[in-house]
Design a protein around this ligand. Structure first.
Ligand code: DON
Length: 321
């Protein structure tokens, strides 16, 4: 970082003026109280709804955060791209896509449906994410599988604290009729790899959703994806560039629920949202951004998160096309 600063090679040379603009957008949105917290997981409903954090990490390691950036939140569906990347690393795309498609579903994230081959439509919706979990180190003991995923989050975030919210996990597991239904439905279609333990897989999926970190940590994860899988602060190649390319492609087409098409059109960047109000935005070759604000719109995306992205691309032409 220092060498690049001295030679003037930083990807965002005038970082103070960039962060002043980020602060401006953050302040524009502070009074926006539209939307409501997710209430289908009892424990998530208790999160104070007006918290708001934005954090940035560039591919050369410049960082900035504002608001409730030190408060931990559950990643929820933001675990989906990470778990998908792990399956690609372990098995390669050919094997992984024997079990999961790569087309947008055009339906809600927990819709009870499979594609024409009897597979979940893509890894960014619940069914596909449950499938990813069945493919991650299936021969390890459950505790070791969880450690493996948590350690990956630690590596992706450059050593940020990565926790686990047990109350959210228990609360979700107890109210997860739809996800159990999705699991049985996929099993009926023969979608899982041979030998999959369905209940263990579902519990593993709920555990991954309850992994907790703060906005600064999530921005660093996004920066690793922006940097082709190499963590900017540690130079650790956590995922291969091939895995990241595939992951970002599916985030672009499927990452924002039923808003993915509109998001790709107007914002034009790969992103993934979660029902905790987390939004991970990747600007390839430039930076990762995390926005966290729990109030969600009707489609399940963070209201301030979407609005932040909109104002960001209005100001900076980050749209990839
Ligand atoms: O499976 C669920 O319902 C949650 N744990 C995750 C939901 C979520 O964030 C939706 N994302 N696409």
């Amino acid at each position: 970082l220092l060498a690049r600063a001295v030679t003037g090679d930083l990807v965002i040379p005038d970082f103070p003026s960039f962060t002043a603009d980020i602060t401006g957008i953050y302040q524009n949105l502070l009074d926006d109280r539209r939307g409501a917290v997710a209430d289908y997981i009892p424990q998530l409903k208790r999160v104070p709804p007006d918290q708001f954090a934005v954090a940035v990490c560039t591919v050369d390691g410049q960082r900035f955060s504002i608001g409730d950036a030190g408060v931990g939140f559950c990643v929820q569906s933001v675990c989906k791209p990470i778990n998908y990347s792990l399956t690609l690393e372990e098995h390669g795309a050919e094997v992984v896509h024997r079990h999961v498609g790569r087309e947008p579903s055009g339906r809600g994230f927990n819709e009870l449906s499979v594609n024409g081959d009897g597979l979940p439509h893509n890894p960014m919706i619940n069914s596909g994410a449950i499938m990813s979990c069945s493919l991650i180190k299936p021969d390890l003991a459950v505790a070791d599988r969880f450690d493996y995923v948590a350690d990956t989050w630690r590596a992706l975030s450059g050593g940020s604290p990565v926790g686990f919210n047990n109350a959210v996990y228990l609360s979700e597991r107890q109210t997860a009729d739809r996800n159990f239904a999705l699991g049985y439905f996929m099993r009926e279609h023969g979608a899982f790899p041979a030998g999959t333990d369905l209940i263990e897989t579902l519990e593993f999926y709920f555990q991954c959703c309850s992994i907790e970190l703060d906005a600064g940590g999530l921005a660093s994860v996004a920066a690793t994806l922006a940097n082709g899988g190499m963590m900017p602060l540690t130079s650790d190649q956590v995922f291969s560039t091939e895995s990241v390319q595939k992951c970002l492609s599916l985030m672009s087409s499927c990452g924002m629920y039923d808003y993915s098409g509109e998001f790709a059109f107007t914002i034009g960047l790969p992103a993934k949202s979660g029902v905790s109000g987390a939004l991970m935005l990747v600007i390839p070759q430039v930076m990762g951004i995390a926005i966290w604000s729990p109030r969600l719109d009707a489609l399940g995306n963070s209201v301030r998160g979407i609005e932040f992205c909109r104002q960001l691309v209005e100001k900076y032409n980050f749209h990839i096309y």
